[in-house]
Design a protein around this ligand. Structure first.
Ligand code: V0V
Ligand code: CO
Length: 141
């Protein structure tokens, strides 16, 4: 199955502060911002590189509430790496293949992700403690 790293998600208490930090340290540019109510986040995508199948990004995530996934993560573990997202050409296909290997899918069907992508999460306990996201990037117009 073709996979690339689409993004690394970082849990932040203050999005604007961390945008400033990452863009000044690594000279990364913000290419998208979004509030995703369903996922309980306010987020920004910082472009790292372009590759076959799509770009790669740092995704900065500020929780919209304390009882959202990122809010609970920060309360328990503090700020830092929250998830790794693999880019796949067909998210339903990847869900079926990986689910067939006994990994628990946290989403029954793909959900809306940043920049028009379709996403699904895998349980961290079945992936060596790493919360894993599958991302099918939006088709280029
Ligand atoms: C929780 N655990 C993690 C974790 N979050 N382990 C690694 N990385 C994380 N981020 C561990 C936690 O320490 C527990 O282990 C165990 O999993 C169960 O966690 P919990 O705190 O009891 O349960 P919840 O209610 O916090 O749920 C955790 C899961 C939840 C992962 C099930 O956060 C979830 O459904 N996440 C998927 C959605 C999401 O994260 N959305 C935000 C990003 P111990 O302590 O029992 O050993 S949105 C996004 O990326 C977008 C929009 C995008 O890319 O476009
Ligand atoms: Co993500």
């Amino acid at each position: 199955m073709f996979m690339r790293i689409d993004h690394i998600g970082i849990a932040c208490r203050d999005l604007e502060e961390k945008i400033e930090l990452f863009s000044s340290l690594f000279e990364l540019e913000v290419v998208a911002r979004e509030i995703n109510e369903e996922q309980g986040v306010k987020e920004a995508m910082l472009h790292v590189a372009d590759g076959e199948g799509g770009g790669s990004y740092i995704q900065l995530l500020e929780p919209l509430s304390e009882d959202s996934p990122v809010g609970k993560f920060i309360a328990k573990r503090g700020e830092g790496v929250h998830h790794v997202a693999f880019g796949v050409p067909d998210v339903e296909g990847a869900m079926a293949t990986i689910g067939g290997k006994g990994v628990r899918l946290l989403d029954e069907r793909p959900r809306h992700g940043s920049m028009g992508s379709r996403i699904a999460f895998l349980h961290p306990k079945d992936v060596g403690g790493m919360l894993t996201e599958l991302v099918e990037a939006a088709k280029q117009q």
